[in-house]
Ligand binder design. Structure first.
Ligand code: NAI
Ligand code: MG
Length: 353
């Protein structure tokens, strides 16, 4: 029996609804597999926890999480109770930074039964591999003078290690898919870091002779996400470019409620974290109508991460079948509840066992 120890942090708002629904689905997956078990330990770290304890997680919170195989997180944030910068930085961002989760991956695919805002969405199926620890989002820089003479300088940091790490991750991922990597560059306008980015991409490309490549400037690439997303398999991008591309990726799928994300630690020192793209959705929290698919899809990514990608694929296929048959929440045009969607996925999974 293979056992995976998963730290579960439902967090706030709809996190407390979509996480339990997804654990039900994960347990069904474990049951039909037979030789697999998920051992959960749930932590109540949230804005309510903050009100009681004056912090989002205990002092040794990271020390506790460190020993798990992965972290399964819902959403953090309840601006009525705690300001967002306090709640997000006190938990979510702390984990991403301290656990060296240097890669962020966000898939986007055409989902049957979902209305994409694209008139002709074709059958796109792509993954953005975003460098998650450096690049344009750096704290290096500063401001001097005041008034009309004020100067602001923001330095982007591109290390060989960080750049290569993201690119190798992208190529390795492509080998499990359609063997194609696109680089998001802007070496025509950004004359130091982006030519460097291009060089490292060329160097990495040579280590993967079987993988086809392309390179586009980010402006054109962003436009292609809208006009012909089907040409992409894996896209590797810097922190800022990846941030922008993944929002477009989510948008062309049709609802933020279905978009998943993974924060990957690749040095093996700390666990990776799986979470949906959406937040705690205070406007619909407590109504039982949140779309659980984003959270369930992150569970699929966690399965992939554990090397159980066959099960992961089966899960995603089942989710798509359920959506296509119209059992869906109101954000994507249905009238099912969170639990009804999860239960339908579970019962179909059992039938295929
Ligand atoms: P949000 O993603 O929570 O909600 C945006 C809109 O999408 C809302 O109308 C909401 O009802 C809808 N929505 C989101 N997820 C849905 C789902 N699964 N099913 C159906 N509809 C869904 O973003 P918002 O409102 O900007 O932020 C709310 C709180 O969440 C804030 O405190 C924010 O800081 C936090 N947040 C946390 C994130 C995280 O934990 N990773 C990410 C984004 C926001
Ligand atoms: Mg963003």
């Amino acid at each position: 029996m293979k056992t995976y120890e998963v730290a579960v942090v439902p967090g706030d708002g709809i996190g407390k609804e979509v996480v339990p629904a997804s654990l039900k689905v994960l347990d069904t997956i474990a049951d039909i597999h037979g030789g697999l078990k998920f051992q959960y330990k749930e932590f109540p770290w949230s804005c309510e926890y903050y009100l009681e304890h004056g912090q989002m997680m205990p002092d040794d919170g990271l020390g506790i999480l460190k020993n798990f195989d992965s972290i399964f997180l819902g959403a953090i944030g309840n601006p009525k109770l705690v300001p967002d910068h306090v709640s997000l930085w006190g938990l979510l961002i702390k984990i991403r930074r301290e656990f060296e989760q240097s890669i962020n991956i966000r898939p986007a695919k055409f989902f049957k039964g979902l209305r994409s805002p694209l008139v002709n969405p074709n059958d796109f199926d792509l993954i953005v591999v975003r460098e998650n620890s450096e690049g344009e989002y750096s704290e290096v820089g500063g401001r001097i003078h005041k008034g009309e003479d004020e100067i602001a300088i923001q330095n982007a940091i591109f290390t060989k290690t960080g750049t290569k790490r993201a690119m190798k991750y992208a190529f390795d991922l492509a080998k499990q898919r359609r063997n194609h990597v696109t680089s998001a560059t802007k070496s025509n306008g950004i004359v130091h870091s982006m030519p460097f980015w291009d060089e490292v991409f060329k160097e990495t490309e040579q280590e993967y002779p079987d993988v086809q490549t392309a390179s586009y400037h980010i402006d054109a690439l962003a436009a292609f996400f809208v006009t012909r997303p089907q040409i992409f398999d894996i896209i590797v991008a810097s922190n800022l470019f990846g941030d922008i591309l993944t929002d477009i990726g989510g948008a062309i799928m049709g609802s933020i409620g279905i978009a998943p994300a993974a924060n990957i630690n690749i040095n093996g020192r700390y666990p990776s974290m799986f979470e949906p793209v959406h937040g705690s959705a205070p406007d619909i929290a407590g109504k039982g109508i949140a779309n659980p698919i984003g959270q369930i899809w992150t569970a699929k990514m966690m399965l992939d991460h554990f090397g159980e990608s066959e099960l992961g694929q089966k899960l995603l296929d089942t989710v798509e079948e359920v959506t296509n048959d119209g059992i869906k929440t109101s954000d994507i045009g249905g009238n099912a509840t969170t639990i009804e969607v999860a239960d339908e996925i579970c019962s179909r999974l059992k039938k295929t066992a």
